[in-house]
Design a protein around this ligand. Sequence first.
Ligand code: NOJ
Length: 539
Amino acid sequence: MTSRPWWRTAVIYQVYVRSFADSDGDGVGDLEGVRSRLKYLADLGADAIWFTPWYPSPMADGGYDVADYRCIEPVFGTLEQAERLIAEAHELGLRTIVDVVPNHVSDRHPWFVEALATPPGSPERSRFWFRPGKGPDGEEMPTHWVSSFSGDTWTRTVNPDGTPGEWYLHLFTPQQPDLNWSNAQVRAEHEEILRFWFDRGVAGVRIDSAAMPVKDPALPEVPLHPGPGGHPFIDRDELHDIYRGWRAVADSYPDERILVGELWLEDTERFARYLRNDEMHTAFNFDFMSRPWEAKELRASIEATLAAHAPVGAPATWVLGNHDVTRVVTRYGRADSSFAFATKRFGTPSDRGLGTRRARAAALLVAALPGCLYLYQGDELGLPEVEDIPLEKLQDPMHFRSEGVDPGRDGCRVPLPWSVANASAGFSPDDARQAPWLPQPADWAELSVAVQQGDPKSTLSLYCAALQLRKTEPALTTDQFEWFPSTEGVLAFRRGGSFACVVNLGTESVPLLPGEVLLASGPLTDGSLPPDTAAWLRL
Ligand code: NOJ
């Protein structure tokens, strides 16, 4: 039997470096902190680690404003430390995935600094989207495109003599100028960046905002109902050629290097195009992540996902959270448990007990589905969203650009609790000079790794058991998947052989399928499955 490529069934753990572990006591996570916890990730059952951007950055957007793609942010460490981290992770069986941000750079990136220092029409400016304004004095911005972070997408420059100059495009913050992907240097540079990291042994790249880098050069306004490929800056057909170039770079390495796309697209057929066998290997499944905790909804998403991936032969991915979205425990404890950026508000009530039960059941659901599993740091601990960070401590531009309406994404980025050892719940060393960069809630230490490791009923123990079984159950490494007939509110499926997963999303207990219970997300009562509980069975 030939073995299946690792990335088709991998468990990929997302490390948000700033908040994972602080080794030097400055209150900010760093590479040595990650290195000291590699064994934890290996024991948990991860196959790979995806690092959010670790490059030098002014941190206008948590590192997604990159000033130098070939170096490490000094607060996080050095390039030598990254190389050691990659090598030591590899020795423990953990592959490394780095985050590459092609849509924009930091306004401190040398290219943008050079662009600002040269006049309109310069080759330096042609790597970006500089345009004169509209109106008699050029005081109107070139388009009215709205930023993903709300607000405008153009900022006006100032000429050396102090007069107003051209405008430049930024789909995110003004500190993240968009690159012009019709410029050959932009393309060549990114292929070199991929090689730079592949040469250092990384196994893959996560492609940030992967549907956005290409723009319609005519810069039209966004139509009311853009047809397929008709949006001026999302999902343009020209993108495929770029990713084919990237795939060729990845495929030029003898062992498998992978491309993982961050693609927020509703059209599943357009989404799957990026996963053709000469483009990306996989992409995040945000449809599933955004749906409410309802059997009908999740079943529809699972079916649509599997149907969309089948024709291109790519594995599906399953994601419950990441550094951009409200923590799953908090989401699933709300009356409306769906996720949308546009509707995030302060003070939305959530029942933590209910959310925790559901998040645990969801863990067994996603770990039993065919494809790869993404696990965001802290979700294995059942951490809730931190919703009471003092306003003056918030850092996320999404919050500020919404004029304070959107709480932003800091609440899922609070530094991890490792132990009860000290005031930072073990995130920083005992003699730390600084408090964690975002304040931790008072009960954080109770949720810590050390506490949960000692409790067989903890969410961490559940994840460990599930990820171990995922490796040892042969059926879970196949593509086989078949629904069982089930009552309303229940999801029940077989994964080839005799392995089954049953999840009760209804309000009443339901009888379990006959068989041996391998693992359950909560207590089972008299052979039946209570609401918001999942079980894995051998039939
Ligand atoms: C998606 C990233 O996940 C998010 O954190 C970032 O703000 C935007 N892309 C812009 O780079």
